[in-house]
Design a protein around this ligand. Structure first.
Ligand code: FES
Ligand code: FES
Length: 156
C-alpha cells in the first residue's frame, strides 16, 4: 500500500492503496464515483474512459501509480444536471444515445478532443471516438453532437 496523490475533478485527492490497482477500481470503489463504467476491462471498449491531463485514457488499464500528481477528470467533473457541459446538451439535442452505457466514456473522449482541438473536423471526431465502442450503433449521431458542441463553444 502507498499514498498516491492526484487532483480528481479539481479536488486534491489522496488514496492509500496498492499502486498497481487500476484507476477504474479506485474511482468506482473507494472514491465512489460510478460515472466511468466497466465494460471489457481490457482497454478495448472505452466505457471506462477518463481524462488524464488532456487525453482520454482507459481507466481499467491505467495503474494508480501512473496518475500520481496528475489532473484527472471523470464524467462527474464535466457537467451536472443543473449545469450540463455543451457536449451533454448536444448529445441530448441530437438524441445521440440509446442505452447510455458507453456514453460517459464517449463524452470523455470527446471532451479531451475539444481540449486539444476546439474546432475539429468530422474526421477528427471519428478518429477521437475510434476506440469507443457503442453496441447501440449511435456513432453517427454522436459525431454530429460533438460537432454541434464544438460550434456552440466557438460561438461563446
Ligand atoms: S472497460 Fe476499460 S476499455 Fe473497456
Ligand atoms: S448507447 Fe448503448 S452502448 Fe452506446
Amino acid at each position: 500500500m502507498s499514498n498516491i496523490r492526484f487532483r480528481l475533478n479539481g479536488v486534491e485527492t489522496t488514496v492509500d492503496a496498492d499502486p498497481d490497482r487500476s484507476l477504474l477500481d479506485i474511482i468506482r470503489g473507494p472514491l465512489r464515483m460510478t460515472g466511468p463504467h466497466f465494460g471489457c476491462g481490457a482497454n478495448e471498449c472505452g466505457a471506462c474512459n477518463v481524462i488524464v491531463g488532456d487525453h482520454a485514457v482507459a481507466a481499467c488499464d491505467t495503474p494508480l501509480w501512473s496518475v500520481a500528481d496528475k489532473d484527472i477528470t471523470t464524467i462527474e467533473g464535466l457537467g451536472s444536471a443543473r449545469e450540463p457541459h455543451p457536449l451533454q446538451r448536444a448529445f441530448i439535442a441530437e438524441q445521440a444515445l440509446q442505452c447510455g452505457y458507453c456514453v460517459s466514456g464517449i463524452l470523455m473522449s470527446a471532451a479531451a478532443l475539444l481540449m486539444r482541438n476546439p474546432n475539429p473536423a468530422s474526421d477528427d471526431v471519428r478518429a477521437a471516438l475510434d476506440r469507443n465502442l457503442c453496441r447501440c450503433g449511435s456513432h453517427n449521431r454522436m459525431v454530429r453532437a460533438v460537432l454541434r458542441a464544438a460550434a456552440e463553444m466557438a460561438d461563446r
